[in-house]
Ligand binder design. Structure first.
Ligand code: BV8
Length: 242
């Protein structure tokens, strides 16, 4: 009988975990992708065609994120508590989200596989910089002082997500894989559950508002708002394992 109180944990989160903090998701009925054409604002081709439109798309989301009423919710803080209190091994949080609510909620062992809203990258010198203000075509790169090369440090469709080697290594060594607030539409993230099963024989848990595209891969599922199901699941995990 495998010890259900020890082993490494990998957690994958998506836009659903930030919904109750006031950040819209992508594919829900009022989601982001229902308001803009994803090819125009979240692909390198779209940026090449109309960089000002893409920069404005991210400037609007960055301004919204900076407004004072966007705060981490009980789901973010519960995952940070799990990272602090789990004695059975490493807890790695991989997020598809580009907001900063996991850090604000206390998570430290964190990978932003799709990049970060508050960072900008220079295409000319590859410098990555913290960036709170609007990004413009004329914005100057703090490291090479050139302008015209700055872009949001986010992963668009067709671009390689960040830290895939580190994520793959963690998936191969985990005993528990938890997915929170993601529709399971976007790869390679949507394939992590299969990797955890077939490479590590991990126990898999989906915590979501409703069944995702990959729901059948999960051995355990709890549906409801993240601020309810995530703290409840973390309490159970810390008290009695999985
Ligand atoms: C790549 C940018 C490879 C930042 C985003 C197979 C294998 C590999 C790739 C592919 C493949 N098939 C297709 C591809 C290509 C593509 C892809 O997956 N396309 C899909 C649409 C079919 N993937 C890529 O292009 C990726 N790159 O694979 O590169 C490569 C190889 C060689 C060389 C070069 C490259 C890159 C993907 C990243 C794209 N960037 N965003 C930004 O602007 O934010 S994607 C976007 O979708 C966000 O990052 C978002 O995080 C991500 C996933 O969405 P979700 O987070 O799941 O959000 P969604 O709205 O869909 O769902 C919300 C969920 O929450 C729902 O289930 C809902 O029920 C739930 N919910 C709602 N409210 C609550 C809740 N849950 C709990 N509580 C609530 N209150």
């Amino acid at each position: 009988m495998r010890d259900r109180n020890s082993g490494n944990i990998v957690i994958l989160t998506g836009a659903g975990i930030s919904k109750e903090s006031g950040i819209e998701t992508f594919r829900d009925k009022d989601g982001l992708w229902t308001k803009v054409n994803v090819e125009d604002v979240a692909t390198p081709e779209g940026f090449a065609r109309n960089p000002r439109m893409v920069l404005d798309f991210y400037n609007q989301r960055r301004r919204n994120l900076r407004s004072h009423n966007i705060r981490p919710n009980a789901a973010h803080t519960a995952l940070a508590r799990l990272e602090r209190e789990w004695r059975g091994g490493e807890v790695l949080l991989v997020t598809q989200n580009i907001d900063n609510l996991h850090e604000a909620g206390g998570s430290r062992n964190l990978i932003h596989m799709h990049g970060e809203m508050f960072k900008a990258r220079c295409e000319l010198c590859a410098g990555v910089h913290l960036w709170q203000e609007d990004l413009a075509l004329e914005s100057e790169c703090p490291s090479c002082q050139s302008s015209g090369g700055m872009r949001p440090h986010v992963v668009w469709f067709g671009e390689m997500p960040f830290e895939m080697d580190r994520i793959s290594d963690a998936l191969g060594r985990c005993r528990l894989f938890i997915s929170v607030g993601t529709s399971g539409n976007v790869y390679p993230a949507a394939g992590f559950v299969e990797e955890a099963i077939f490479r590590a024989r991990a126990h898999t848990v989906e915590l979501n508002l409703e069944p995702s595209e990959g729901a059948t891969y999960f051995a355990e599922q709890h549906y409801g708002p993240a601020t309810e199901v995530v703290p409840r699941y973390v309490d159970k995990l810390l008290a009695q394992g999985w």
